[in-house]
Design a protein around this ligand. Structure first.
Ligand code: NAG
Ligand code: NAG
Ligand code: NAG
Ligand code: NAG
Ligand code: NAG
Length: 474
């Protein structure tokens, strides 16, 4: 039970990723490539169609570079729509853009509508299979004479950023370098402290207004006291304008997870300009939220009334939300479902909070409880140590040409690479950045730090391209 809130939180927040401003010119063609369902064994010999999008209107052929988005857990058009950075730099680099869909998402379903029906059909949903799909696709593209000498750069954000980095590590013959934005490749085992993630969220609220984080810290006990009586529970339902009234203490506990998820989501999307996500938000939304949370020393009902006003910044900024639904955290069309399977198999990410150094209720990381939940939901158990075994954990100095970019405001930076590991494993920090702000389109309100980060990223990409050409002597 204790870990349920947390694991749910992880699954839901993870999917709140591709959000961004709309593209001006998203012209692309859609293609499909026949891929083996199982690249690593020979018994399952069937194939499926992997979708990928190509935009080559700015491509300098032959031999112009290819920017290759390593698709993550969602419909690939979400990422092509929301990775404005690639569209912005295509002209300057004379680059072709490719967005490759991750298997088991969007239209790339290995077993059609049966793909998610049982553990047997889900068996080929792994990062290794996804990387192999990307390798096969790149090889296929490079078989054309026009792309034969095209250097390929892997680019991705979040889980897609992890895949971009791993693509360079595992298939260096296919990608000359990788931009891994907000990629928490170390959010595994004990590579980073499990409480860092929630501390970053807390710091965002601390920085955004006095009394703010403290009000949230105090709200949990206030809610618990309300949950002691039927009257209190009724009051909560009406004060928070809930669509369906809370019926039990358990439902009040679930409401607390929903609140936590909302605070975390706000930290991820604390962008410097208004952005229309699944929920339209003002610029620097946490500052808006904190306007309601200046006084942590109020009586329970007044404090919670303010929490409601604060949470409404997220759920009702347009004034068009009639009531709040505690089973929805506005995670949109992305497949939190698919990610939940991945988290229950390979992507085991420990999170915890202590209620002292963060504003959340204390919750330990409990792998066994997590594993039991996974078994209940998916009929499989997670392998806690696999990712580090297969991708090297912190021992990745043999790799090269990877940029790890992280925003200080982004909770996912907790598991990111924030110090350069060598001359060519480069960390770029964006002090005013939330979740992969650098991959979003240029915006007049962009802080200087993200403008500088993007310029540096382009400079590295150009350097990799040049080195590749020197090697080939072309
Ligand atoms: C991407 O943008 C296109 C065109 O605006 C839209 O039709 C499509 O639904 C968007 N994809 C997603 C997943 O939002
Ligand atoms: C899957 O798709 C097939 C063919 O399109 C359809 O006949 C079948 O009912 C679908 N099955 C499920 C479980 O949706
Ligand atoms: C959202 O805002 C509108 C307009 O201010 C208001 O009528 C409505 O009650 C609000 N919804 C919630 C859930 O508070
Ligand atoms: C609340 O959200 C859940 C999950 O999306 C949905 O099934 C339910 O119908 C919603 N309830 C209301 C009253 O909108
Ligand atoms: C990996 O790196 C860590 C710390 O840098 C070190 O303690 C450990 O021995 C290394 N493991 C291997 C297998 O090289």
């Amino acid at each position: 039970m204790a870990s349920q809130g947390l694991s749910r939180l992880v699954l839901l927040t993870w999917t709140f990723l591709g959000v961004s401003n709309v593209l001006s010119d998203p012209t692309y063609e859609t293609y499909y490539l026949e891929q083996k369902i199982d690249h690593f064994g020979f018994f399952e010999d069937a194939t499926f169609r992997q979708r990928y999008l190509v935009s080559d209107t700015r491509w300098k052929k032959p031999g112009g570079p290819i920017l290759f988005y390593t698709g993550n857990e969602g419909d690939i058009t979400l990422f092509s729509n929301n990775t404005g950075f690639m569209w912005d730099i295509a002209e300057e680099l004379g680059a072709m853009l490719v967005f490759a869909e991750h298997r088991y998402y969007g239209e790339s379903m290995p077993y059609g509508n049966l793909s998610y029906s049982d553990p047997k059909h889900l068996n080929y949903l792994t990062s290794e299979q996804a990387l192999a799909d990307f390798a096969v696709l790149i090889r296929f593209m490079k078989e054309s004479t026009e792309a034969k000498h095209s250097p390929v750069i892997a680019i991705g954000g979040s889980y897609g950023g992890m895949l971009a980095a791993w693509m360079r590590m595992k298939y260096p013959q296919y990608v000359v370098g990788a931009l891994a934005a907000s990629a928490p490749i170390w959010q595994f085992e004990d590579l980073v402290p499990c409480d860092l993630y929630y501390q970053i969220v807390t710091n965002d609220f601390k920085k955004s207004g006095s009394g703010c984080a403290e009000s949230i810290t105090k709200s949990w006990a206030a809610i618990n006291r309300m949950a002691e009586s039927d009257d209190g529970i009724r009051w909560l339902s009406s004060a928070f304008h809930l669509c369906s009234p809370l019926k039990s203490k358990e439902e009040v506990m679930a409401m607390k997870s929903w609140l936590s998820e909302t605070w975390v989501n706000l930290a991820m999307v604390d962008y410097p300009y208004p952005a229309s996500f699944l929920e339209p938000l003002p610029a620097w939304p946490i500052k808006e939220v904190c306007k309601y949370l200046k006084n942590p020393d109020l009586a329970d009902k007044e404090l919670l009334q303010n929490i409601f006003e604060a949470i409404n910044v997220y759920y009702n900024y347009t004034g068009e939300t009639p009531c709040l639904n505690t089973s929805q955290t506005a995670v949109g069309s992305l497949s939190d479902f698919g990610w939940s399977y991945q988290a229950c198999t390979e992507m085991v990410m420990p999170f915890c909070s202590d209620g002292v150094n963060d504003m959340f209720e204390p919750q330990k990381w409990d792998f066994d409880a997590f594993s039991d939940e996974c078994y209940k939901q998916w009929g499989v158990r997670p392998r806690e140590k696999w990712i580090r075994t297969v991708y090297g954990g912190k021992n990745i100095s043999a790799a090269s040409n990877i940029i790890f970019s992280n925003g200080d405001l982004d909770p996912w930076s907790a598991g990111g690479v924030k110090q350069s590991l060598s001359d060519s494993l480069v960390a770029i920090l964006i002090p005013d950045g939330a979740h992969h702000l650098d991959l979003r389109s240029n915006n007049p309100y962009d802080p200087k730090s993200v403008i500088q980060a993007r310029a540096l990223e382009v400079a590295y990409i150009k350097k990799w391209i040049q080195e590749y050409r020197q090697q080939l002597n072309i």
